[in-house]
Design a binder for this molecule. Sequence first.
Ligand SMILES: Cc1ncc(COP(=O)(O)O)c(C=O)c1O
Length: 392
Amino acid sequence: MKKATKIIRAGLDKKRNAGAVNTPVVRASTVVFESVAAMRDATDRATKNREKVLYYGRRGTPTHWTLQEALTALAGGADTVLAPSGLGACTLAILACVKAGDHILVTDSVYEPTRNFCAGFLKRFGVETSYYDPLLAEGVAALLQSNTTLVFCESPGSLTFEIQDIPAIAAAAHRHGAKVAVDNTWASPLFCNPLALGADLSIEAGTKYIVGHSDAVIGAVTGTADAIEGVHRASAALGIAVSPDDAYLATRGLRTLAVRLARHQDNALRIALWLQQRPEVKRVLYPALPSDPGHGIWKRDFSGASGLLGVVFKQTSAAAVAALIDGMELFPLGYSWGGFESLIAPLAPGGARSARPWAEPAPGIRLHIGLEDTEDLMADLDQGLARFRKAL
Ligand SMILES: Cc1ncc(COP(=O)(O)O)c(C=O)c1O
């Protein structure tokens, strides 16, 4: 089955759904059993065999299983563990791969709260983190230490948009016995399959494109049979539970992912090409542009581009960027991205970098290109750029 078909069919189970197309929201804490033997059997099947069997609400209900099965089928993994946020999925994947005394390698382009987790929480538990240049590819081999258990990637980075060479990184990590986890949120499982590229764990902030409507926060980790077992264990040990309402919203969003992303991509490419021609603009950070340094690997490893891009100005100032942003009509200012709507935020990625400094002029802007008509979006951006020039 092609991915667009899997997105529609995966996880649908008429029996589970009492005949309804969509799995209803099943809320449960206590589940009651017919007998002690039935209780033991359900518990063992769920906790030992990882079967989708209802035994206690914290560990999932049919609403969660539908989403898990759909994401597993799309990512081509063995199973999916849900998390209460995208950041929760990143930290769960990392925790599953480390113990005190270990070392991990994390891309310098990583989402900042993931970096903060490594620098603070992980360090307290005796796990050291080094940051590596996202463009290193097989060069990460030189940074692997005898105690390195994980190489964490994010491709492209959600602020600086470098595309990483996952097959080369995975080959180096695996030769060394380390696992590879990829934050795949920008591409979503529709446009990139990190597991097929050699990663062990693929992470989604479902909050973005999977939910797609900016009204729920959820995360997911899909993995190979070998790697996902550790994530199941970490999730169970930490008492991680996901609201069935949010799982339902994520599944509902997922069913239209292919049509939404096609439009995000179309709109974003148009706007990126238009922005590239603007005299104020030095660079548009968007791997689908042929001029982007990551374009070759993006073409090799991805089947599409989403709606998030960065803009670097030739000359800039905080006041000019504020003048641009504050007057926007169709690009509200806000965190996150991946909903149906366009969004804008200032872009100043330099502060958190340590392995490969970000030397471009800052601040720039980060745009999420939504599903609106691009003529309206360009007219709004055109006025914003006029305010920018005036305030410079
Ligand atoms: C690349 C990336 N990963 C993870 C996250 C975290 O997702 P959430 O907001 O659901 O915790 C974000 C959020 O912006 C993100 O951009």
